[in-house]
Design a protein around this ligand. Sequence first.
Ligand SMILES: [Zn+2]
Length: 811
Amino acid sequence: MRTLHMIALAAATATFNVAVAQPVQQTVNDWRDAFRQLEDEDWPSPNRERRATGAPGPDYWQQQVDYDIDIRLDEEAKHLFGTETVTYTNNAPDTLDFLWFLLDQNRFRPDSIAVMTETVGGGGRASGRVGESMPEGISARSMRRRQMLDEDGYGFNITGVTDANGAPMDFTIVDTLLRLDLDTDLETGDSVTFTIEWDYRLVETQVIGGRAGWECFEETEDTGADCIYQIAQWFPRAAVFSDYEGWHNKAFLGRGEFGLEFGDYDVSIRVPQDFIVSATGVLQNADEVLTEPQRERLEEARTADEPVFIVTPAEARANERRGTRSMATWEFRAENVRDFAWAGSRKFIWDAVGVEQDGEGDAPDLVMAMSFYPNESEPLWSTFSTRAVEHTLAVYNDFAFPYPYPVAQSIAGPQGGMEYPMITFNGGSYGRPMVDDDGNLSYSLGSKRGLIGVIIHEIGHIYFPMVVNTDERQWTWMDEGVNSFLQFQAERQWEENYPVRRGDPHSITSYMASTNQMPIMTQSDSILQFGPNAYSKPTIALVVLRETVLGRELFDEAFRAYSERWRFRRPTPYDFFRTMEEVSGVDLDWFWRGWFYSTDHVDISLDRVIEGTFDTEDPGIENMRAREQAAREPESLTQVSNREAGVALYADSNPEVLDFYSENDRHTVTNREREAYESMREGLEDWEADILDSGDRVYYLDFTNEGGVVMPIILEFTFADGSTEMVRIPAEVWRYNPRNVTWTYVSDRQVVSVELDPLWETADADRTDNYYPPRIEPTRLELYRSSSNPSSMMDDLDLRVTRDSVATRPE
Ligand SMILES: [Zn+2]
């Protein structure tokens, strides 16, 4: 008895808040160490270009490609003609005898890999057509697209490539790539200059798709039948040559966007004279293409408190009415950008405001936030667009680094959301209000939310991946996921209770628990359920990492280090993972493995809670407790029934058989018990006696990891006195057994209930097993009424059936 007692005490002191590992079945494929390191497993060995710390190494290099481009828009033919002079500087330790370029417009050629491999139900939807069902229809728009792709002759015409002396150079086109053969090898540190002439037909964005093109509007009383041109992925661009992959010559299939090299751009854009043009870079010839009032307003906007119209809605309307055939050339210069895009239209209203920032290093102190949009987008755009740009800069500057460019622009047009350096295409049709039959305007909450959300998102992309130069053609999550995470932060800082679509952990649970999905670490073009995979899940992974795993201070410091280390450089996923661990000081391999390398989901079940109290061995206390315990048990049912039935007891008529034990139960304290207790107390150390007298209770909590992802266990205890306490158990609690653990909790307050993940912060997919004791779950049921007289064809035709004849017509 005494021995047992002391073992219980020792166990209680040694296991305070210590997990008890359940036995593990070590059979093949049954147990995996969720905490093993990813180094040498999924992560490449560090080298002199990329360090194990996640930072660029001492030999880090990247190519520099500068462009001087002249282009002309043929408005009638919707055709673009360009001449580009490229200066390619080889900073790689390799000698190059050819260069690869991206010809993204070739994805619209009917014989391209992109067009030839289109499958039904592709485009990121969960699955293709189910094999056994017959196709039931095809949309007219989809047919029109197929016809246009077959007949209209999209894709680049490369009309000449010449070296610096004007001599023709050899080139080969492979789907969406162009290989340019160099006459002399390009050694490390050397540059080569050459000129490419090209032209291509612009696509109608809403029919053909893609990230650029044109949209023409129907003429109304207010507005003309004019068009908006959004021009992107529009010139032969040097493909990436990197330390980890060599040439990134992967064909453009339409989804995985692109990686590119940094360089300086001088671009001359020749358009109809009444166009307003917005582009990557700073306008160099404002005095030639802007009116004097426009230039004055632009100057005024620099120091204004709110957006100022450079072109007013009325001026844009008048502009559309005029139309002209004469041309003007807008000249832009952009430094240290990885791409160049532009937009032009005579429909554009233009507003702008100067945004001040702490311009450390090469970042400017003042950024011009600007928007360009047609009257059809009013009043949404003048209310929200430039403001959303301004807000995005503030939030992203906080998380990453000061915005490094002098302008940040938001353009309305056919493209629903796409980013390029300093310029973004936003909104598509959902940034436009609805007009009812009486001409009244209204817009939905969805329109407002969609517009603000997409502007934050696309402006955010100017940081990721336009400055932190990730390769979306390989890893979509690195820009879409990281950027959507920051978008969520900006939306949460926009207005109270802003209806954010993705970012709060509970919004990802049904996707994570679904089948037919892939790990986040999947090549872009192969991803199923593209939105949840590449946007929502990595967003929420980072939210969980920040709010739950690392805490804001450690996360923000590590994330800022990643942003600064890789600003104007090209990080891989491993550089991100490593930086987050190295700077925070927290091992996160288990987190990357669960969230980025697996399709497991989060679902922890709180199976059982057991309350332990100490056996004091004081017979005065314990015997009374035992008696009370016995009293709680029901009386023998047979004894009760006998009494009720008046069954006579032998002792009633023979009281001489009643003795000491008839008066005193087995819980009566004896002298021997009392002496044993006193001698036990004398043998105790003071600290042992203190524990015994503390009144503490030990709770044993059993957990099962149903979902597979190991996660911290977050508990809220509610006590008998009504008070509560939150306890956060690190994920390492699962290290001996990633499936089942028992964890102990000690309190001098009596626990009445426990809730797992009470703030819904871990994306736990099944909350019904998160309560102890369990709760009755509410749900709303739809009441179905089955049809009381199901009709048959016979019934419908009024045919009658008799026992003798199967079917007869009524007479
Ligand atoms: Zn995006």
